[in-house]
Design a protein around this ligand. Structure first.
Ligand SMILES: NC(=O)C1=CN([C@@H]2O[C@H](COP(=O)(O)OP(=O)(O)OC[C@H]3O[C@@H](n4cnc5c(N)ncnc54)[C@H](OP(=O)(O)O)[C@@H]3O)[C@@H](O)[C@H]2O)C=CC1
Ligand SMILES: O=C1OC[C@@H](O)[C@H](O)[C@H]1O
Length: 415
């Protein structure tokens, strides 16, 4: 009963955004501008900004000024621009949020950086590995060469939440044998959505890029090979180069394997049943030895996180350890038992990880992400969670590998 009440209270606070926090003095504020009156911005930036003392959303630009004005009124944003470039040219923002269709990420991120703005860039960072290198090595390198240190972050928000840190702390990457990540989403986007537009770098592997990111994050390494990738593509008259469903398998350097699958056209029943799990199976490892008895104990660990994407809504982390005591000489099994434990990480305090940071159970993953972004801009040490340029390049490389294996054209490549 108590946990049901706390769940309902958390959902109420998520829905209302919780209490608004007082703002720091004007000269300490990071002023954000949003490129595009995008659907995701209220959840990913506008609400988290209200919860952050050092952030305000001060401007929005849309291709159609009237649309930007309506959006600004609804979300109480002071400055309105009728084009993205006008916002970048203005001096009313210090940082820019780029929630544009994937195929426009490179162009507008480069323009924002050149305008001297920090950038919070929606996932997937760009269209392919070549573009990722152009951005994170070429462009960022050139700015650094000129002595400009601007923050650029691919918005893999799930990485910043306490539940994800707790989940990672339970893993033993060198001994991971197999990973399964499932992103079965109900059918919620119309066929003309940006996600199914090849020209805008759409496709399910792109949109649900998280599942590949999760596999890389679990192994803490880059895949050596995409061993298979089955896709289902949009039917004519829609763009048949756009996958709406994928099922890929991978080989990682420690010999471990992963399966990542996802769909944007799934059933809601299956969505509710599966709820975005990541399952990690380890190899047996020797954890102790009894020399006198000539025995050793092995542990085989399985860790599951359900709802890795937005843990604050609800999540569960299950650890299942199977122990085997065996003879060191012949390997004969002496004893076997299993221990199961369930863990939660709705706030840093609950994780027991010793992270000395304020957090609230109703904070969105995006709020933790914004905290990390602000910490970087201000030169403060964060919690350790970050997505480096190298990481973003590795991510696009993995997506390219999947498209190649599936026999589909890479995104962002004009024919
Ligand atoms: N982090 C997360 O949880 C999520 C991230 N995303 C990512 O955010 C980005 C945007 O997604 P989402 O908010 O759902 O998309 P929307 O379609 O709601 O927004 C995209 C915006 O892009 C602008 N735009 C510019 N050019 C075009 C064009 N040619 N066609 C269509 N739109 C255009 C539009 O701005 P204008 O107002 O100027 O017309 C529009 O508001 C994607 O990269 C997606 O992967 C999406 C959802 C969740
Ligand atoms: O978080 C998300 O869930 C649904 C997707 O379509 C979206 O683009 C993604 O970022």
């Amino acid at each position: 009963m108590a946990s049901l009440l706390s769940l309902l209270n958390r959902w109420r606070l998520i829905a209302t955004g919780g209490p608004e926090v007082p703002k720091a003095p004007a000269n300490e504020l990071i002023r954000f501008g949003i490129l595009g009156a995008a659907n995701i911005a209220p959840m990913a930036l506008i609400t988290p900004a209200r919860q952050h003392p050092e952030v305000i959303v001060s401007a929005v630009a849309a291709r159609d000024r009237a649309k930007a004005e309506k959006y600004a009124k609804k979300h109480k944003i002071e400055h309105v621009f009728g084009s993205y470039q006008e916002l970048l040219d203005s001096d009313v923002v210090d940082a820019v949020y780029v929630p544009l269709p994937n195929g426009l990420h490179l162009e507008w991120t480069v323009k924002a950086l050149r305008a001297g703005k920090h950038v919070l860039l929606e996932k997937p960072s760009v269209s392919n590995e070549r573009e990722a290198r152009e951005l994170f090595e070429g462009e960022v390198g050139a700015l650094r060469g000129k002595g400009k240190e601007l923050v650029l972050l691919e918005a893999f928000h799930y990485r910043f939440q306490p539940a994800w840190a707790l989940f990672l702390s339970l893993l033993d990457p060198p001994n991971i044998a197999d990973v399964f990540v499932d992103m079965h989403l109900g059918n919620m986007f119309p066929p003309d959505d940006i996600r199914f537009n090849y020209g805008l770098a759409g496709g399910a592997l792109m949109d649900l890029t998280y599942s590949m990111s999760v596999a890389r994050g679990i192994f803490r390494s880059e895949p050596e090979e995409c061993t298979s990738c089955e896709v289902q593509t949009m039917p004519p008259p829609y763009d048949t180069r756009c996958d709406h469903t994928y099922d890929a398998t991978w080989k990682f350097p420690n010999g471990g394997t992963a399966r990542t699958r996802g769909t944007l056209k799934g059933s809601w029943v299956e969505h509710m049943k599966t709820r975005l799990p990541a399952v990690v199976e380890h190899r047996p490892v020797v954890i102790s030895e009894d020399k006198a008895k000539g025995e050793e104990t092995l542990r085989t660990r399985k860790v599951t996180i359900v709802n890795f994407l937005m843990g604050m809504v609800w999540h569960r982390i299950d650890v299942e350890d199977t122990f085997v005591v065996r003879r060191k000489d012949g390997g004969e099994e002496v004893r076997r038992w299993t221990e199961k434990e369930s863990k939660k990480g709705y706030a840093w305090e609950e994780t027991g990880l010793g992270v000395d940071r304020k957090s609230e159970p109703y904070w969105l993953t995006y709020k933790y992400q914004l905290d990390a972004f602000v910490d970087r801009v201000k030169g403060r040490e964060g919690t350790g969670a970050w997505v480096s340029g190298e990481d973003s390049i590795g991510q696009m490389r993995m997506i390219d590998m999947a498209y190649r294996k599936a026999g589909l054209p890479l995104r962002g490549v004009s024919e």
